[in-house]
Design a protein around this ligand. Sequence first.
Ligand SMILES: Cc1cc2nc3c(=O)[nH]c(=O)nc-3n(C[C@H](O)[C@H](O)[C@H](O)COP(=O)(O)OP(=O)(O)OC[C@H]3O[C@@H](n4cnc5c(N)ncnc54)[C@H](O)[C@@H]3O)c2cc1C
Length: 444
Amino acid sequence: MTAERDVIVVGAGFAGLACAQRLASANVDFLVLEASDRIGGRALTTTTVAPGFPLELGALMIHGKRVVTHAWLRELGLHAVRLPTMQTARFVRDGRVARFARLALPFHPTFGTRAFWQAVRGVPRDIRRYGGPDMSLAEFLENEDVLPGAREIVTLLRAHAAAADPDEVGILGHAEEDRAAQEEFGYSNFRLVEGYSALVGRRAGPCADRILRSRIVTGIRWSDAGVRLTARVNGSPEEHRAKRAILTVPLGALKAGAIAFEPPLPEAKRRAIEAIGFGAAMVIQMRFASLDPMRRLGDFGILSGGGASTFHRAYVRARGAPPVLAAFVVGREARRRADMTDAEALRATLEELESIVPEARRLGAVVAAEIARWPADPFVRGGYSFLRVHARLAHRTALAAPVDGVLFFAGEATHDRGEAQTVHGAIETGYRAANEAIASLAPA
Ligand SMILES: Cc1cc2nc3c(=O)[nH]c(=O)nc-3n(C[C@H](O)[C@H](O)[C@H](O)COP(=O)(O)OP(=O)(O)OC[C@H]3O[C@@H](n4cnc5c(N)ncnc54)[C@H](O)[C@@H]3O)c2cc1C
């Protein structure tokens, strides 16, 4: 048994690191327990696929111009560059290429005219205004008689961006989340020049001695008197005591019951854990000898054929850009591919790419690759949270709510103002939960 702390934070992803920063600046005696042997959670950068060019295996971009992540970069001496995401998006159907932003190359007679505007204006407006019974995005698109070209764009922006399939995303929760969001999603994206892992390292630096790795928290006993946490360390149990605990573990871990609470969490909290969906996402970074065979797509940044994988290029329009493609695979297909061997997962991904752009067959062998299987990671078990049919923002509020002034909750899934699913959202929840814990420690 270790000495009693004021606060123990469980998890050292962005929410946990934001907690640590805030607790340290308030001179609170705290410790962070992290299950993995590395910190950063769902943010992880690789430099092995294309040396000299950091590539992301988890969080890929910064979404938004004004979000807190930029303030962290400035403070910590790191940099971001704007990605021409939508200007360079390509949608391919039946071998014909359509550009998202320029309307010059329609693959569908109506693409770029009615279908394009229906996808970016009409459907989002109809979703926001919809007041009927809840249904999935897939059903909504069916009922609304959405044009085929529009359907693909809406699916990409509103289901795949949520790491979910269109038949899982609930239209009412999605509309609430859309209205609450700070910025219009999808249009201002940035790449971290040094990579997300550099940001994690710099933020953790000053409190590195307070972050204990390889501590898998398995049990939390709580009462008015405080909290006792049981962690597994290399197979052996370790006990920790604190006045307060802040849980930042992914929703996937809570859903799986990875931590036993004694007494059990209140009913409203358990209902929220059940109601909110937890999507699935995989990233496969692949380097080829050259991307020239896909020249027809132009200087593309994102390629979609409407299926489970979207192909991204982090270094589009960058000098000396390496011939690297990242497959971002979501939903049921991500869970299926996460169980495959490396060779099988690569094969399935390349087959999907070739089905969209047949000339991808001429790319030749993959020279180097890294595969991030988030659904198979025992400390994540998926991708990130989304509001499925019958889930609402109020469930996120219930997930975030403190329990008896002793247990506090952070992490992307607890963001109830439209910024869940993101790094900046996770940071904001970390600050919120740390503030709540600090306030609860102050003498009455
Ligand atoms: C493939 C992918 C792509 C993404 N792309 C983007 C993007 O482009 N932009 C963006 O903003 N966001 C993106 N996200 C989402 C973003 O990564 C997350 O929202 C954010 O990193 C979550 O931070 P967090 O602190 O809430 O959780 P996490 O980062 O998951 O941190 C939770 C920590 O808890 C630890 N933990 C789990 N169980 C236990 C336990 N029992 N005991 C102790 N510790 C435990 C985990 O190991 C982990 O380190 C992406 C996510 C994925 C998976």
